[in-house]
Design a protein around this ligand. Structure first.
Ligand SMILES: [Mn+2]
Length: 314
């Protein structure tokens, strides 16, 4: 780990009076946990902080209740000197990036996506499980206080981005960091329960319908399913179940969010590189988790993507 970047980040924070923190569009658990932890850290250092998040639906993030009111889209009138952008592999992930760039002197990019393009003035990127894990390392490097609130936010970051410590990005270091978080006295069992036990009966039925549509290649190495626009409105996640099909190397969910607009999620089970598949179609992400949005009929989109995924495995 290059500790120079950490020192640069720490100094930039210390030298700024008013700091903005931004996360990606459609924020996930890592983005939300990270922004809260970073906000609390900056406050510890007596900074004025403004959180920026694109408008998002907080239904799946009850545990972050209120953040959608605290965080707002960027406003140049806020006179931010330093913007810390979390969990974004490139500028297109950041709402109003160009306006931010034109109005903020220094941009810090803290991220763990393998394809991060180092868009910041100061960049700290690397193969960490989550930005939450990175913020923990930052905090411990400068002996900042690990409050229960910060520990809880970081725990959620790591838990969500490692799929509950199941994905290949769960390193020994990740678990050591997590152990330190749990040691603060946070109730990890309760946190997990709040995160996971949130299904509705209708959600379960919709999930069942989506799973009924599951298909696979003959060898089961590629498995996929589709969600129609109506099913996309329901908060269901077929991926974790789909990827558990025995022999699966790549799992794909085609979500038709609007007619003929497919948001496609790829997950690798093992060492298949799905980032490269997403990239081929103009998307991006991690080696093991990537995505892209494509326009076209279901038949055409599914065929093109599955054909290419098949080629990538051969
Ligand atoms: Mn992340």
């Amino acid at each position: 780990m290059d500790k120079n970047n950490l020192k640069d980040i720490y100094n930039a924070i210390q030298n700024a009076d008013k700091i903005g923190i931004a996360i990606h569009i459609n924020p996930d658990g890592d983005a939300l946990g990270s922004i809260i932890a970073m906000m609390l850290l900056c406050k510890q250092l007596s900074k004025k902080v403004v959180m920026y998040a694109p408008p998002f639906d907080n239904r799946s993030w009850k545990t972050f209740d209120g953040i959608e009111k605290l965080a707002k889209p960027f406003n140049p009138d806020d006179s931010i000197e330093l913007m810390i952008i979390l969990d974004c592999g490139n500028q297109s992930r950041v709402l109003d990036y160009d306006i931010i760039r034109n109005n903020v002197k220094t941009i810090i990019n803290i991220d763990h996506h393998a394809d991060n393009n180092k868009f910041g003035d100061i960049n700290w990127t690397g193969p960490f499980s989550s930005v939450g894990e990175m913020i923990y390392l930052f905090l411990s490097e400068f002996n900042l206080d690990l409050s229960n609130e910060i520990a809880k936010a970081l725990y959620i970051s790591i838990y969500m981005d490692t799929g509950g410590f199941r994905h290949a990005n769960t390193s020994a270091d990740t678990l050591r960091v997590t152990a330190n978080l749990v040691e603060t006295g946070i109730n990890s069992n309760k946190i997990i329960s709040e995160l996971r036990n949130t299904r509705t009966k209708l959600g379960i039925i919709t999930l069942g319908n989506v799973l009924l549509k599951a298909k696979s290649t003959k060898d089961n190495k590629i498995v996929w399913t589709t969600k129609n626009p109506n099913e996309c409105k329901s908060e269901i996640a077929p991926m974790p179940i789909l990827r558990e099909i025995k022999g699966a190397k790549i799992a794909i969910v085609f979500s038709e969010e609007k007619p003929n607009i497919f948001k496609i999620s790829f997950r690798s089970v093992g060492n298949a590189n799905v980032q490269q598949i997403a990239k081929h179609f103009g998307g991006g992400g991690h080696l093991a988790a990537a995505g892209v949005t494509i326009e076209g009929t279901e038949k055409k989109v599914v065929k093109e993507v599955i054909d290419y995924a098949r080629k990538s495995l051969s």
